[in-house]
Design a protein around this ligand. Sequence first.
Ligand SMILES: [Zn+2]
Length: 169
Amino acid sequence: MIYPIVKYGNPVLERPAQPITAFDKDLHRLVADMFESMYAAHGVGLAAPQIGISKRVAVIDVTFKEDPEAKVVLVNPEIIHKEGKATQNEGCLSIPEFREPVSRPKQVTVRAQDLNGEWFERTGEDLLARAFVHETDHLNGRLYIYHLSALKRDLIKRKIKKLVKAGEW
Ligand SMILES: [Zn+2]
């Protein structure tokens, strides 16, 4: 099932999500739905709060369907190592139309559980590293615009307010 993407302004996006404790059929279904919803929205990463579900699970596919092996499921992830620095334009399905340069670590190691509850560690570089931190941030109630200068963030917030008023958000 394809869920609509929750947009900035909904408090679920700025609230820490709850840990996953049951690695059951419902979780498998949720993850399948999240991949489907992410692809439908043309994204390369999606965290459960972005479909209104405050749980610590995220899906990533930086190849966008090109390589089935590239699909990553992160359950209860935490970033355990960061290295280097890279600045690239970053966007978020929950803040559509906006993209801003954001400085992120170039290399990131994440520790997470898989669909069966097994812990694993995975190191990613560049876009994958960016996805690891962006999605883990989501599960902690943090959006990428909080990594921008206050000035830039306020500008985006003002533009969004206008869009909300116009009924276009
Ligand atoms: Zn996002």
